[in-house]
Design a protein around this ligand. Sequence first.
Ligand SMILES: [Zn+2]
Length: 434
Amino acid sequence: MSLYWDVYHETMSREQLADIQLKRLKSLVQRVYTSVPFYRQAFQEKGISPGDINSLDDLKNLPFTTKKDLRDTYPFGLFAVPRSEIVRMHASSGTTGKPIVVGYTKRDLETWSDLVARCITVAGGTKEDVVQNAYGYGLFTGGLGIHYGAERLGATIVPISGGNTARQIMLMQDFGTTILTCTPSYALYLAEEIHAAGVDLKNLRLKAGIFGAEPWSDNMRIQLEEKLGISAHDIYGLSEVLGPGVGVECSCKNGLHIFEDHFIPEIIDPKTEQPVPYGQKGELVFTTLTKEGFPVIRYRTRDISALHPEKCACGRTHLRMERITGRTDDMLIIRGVNVFPSQIESVLLEFGETEPHYLLVVDRKAGMDDLEIQVELSQKMFSDKVAALEVLERRLRQRILSVLGISARIRLVEPKSLPRSEGKAKRVIDKREL
Ligand SMILES: [Zn+2]
């Protein structure tokens, strides 16, 4: 079984990596300056020309790219090649206004497949595996991104897309699926339905799950690993930077390796916009080094994480990124305290008496923020006495208060009463008019 997909790039020294990055960064800056009027103007406003990039440290002088810039240049304003060189486009769902459009050249698709093949290998996959891909196919990058990466690896891909849970479970048994790829919330729903259908885990050949497209906690990992009998790996990527394949967890599960031969990650303080040292949390920013169609310079992801440079026990030298704990834009501020849904998820899952299905309802009552946490009871707990439920409610309330520093009302609800999602789960309803 091969441990590495690209042993040369995955294990090279940090000095060698820095050499490759600088060479690629210089060429990238030259390319966008010449081909993308938006970047040329942004560089000129900062008084920078491509010749000013002489070390990786000079990266911090380059302008940021934001989601707003992507919207303002809709649809093709940030493409760095003529439209005829673009062989595929993807777009974000765009809940408000126009979507964000990204384009790939032929070579970009090859690079992307190669990086996803690398991800699946890092998560323990080989060409012997059967990959059931329950990410949505379409404009969303998740489905097709995983699809071509699994093919590049030489594994057997089952392009089932999201939803149709009964069929998912049938094929999983009949095809001998070994790797499941989808959002963690859908994986959890699938696990429940597998148990409800009375399928014995021993009759499944599942060994690993590669889950992404939404933040999830380590306690959620424990649940998924137990319920599905697998090793669960977090994968990271976003359409603006590539799609899935930017980074993934190895078997050490001590962070996601970011593939630094193709991307330069930075962590910045979102307020001062200055880079922060390794280990410190902040907003994740990416520069793409090899993309041709839609390269980005210092793209602000709004995802919150920290980076760790120490070499990993798996032998890879690439930086490890902490799992995303939230996004600067889904951070809730409740009575002045910063709260991320994933922190609450983590507390709820410590107890084992509730299920990882929850909904946060925020409202403002008499001028005060009010947080209600609705969480499903486990089947076992549901049949329990009222007194036991009151005790559980109190324990949860106290634990939320001590971990997050906010008081919340806990509403224990019946098993399977909260809405299920086949893609990204909706965890927050904010009724406040701010
Ligand atoms: Zn590792």
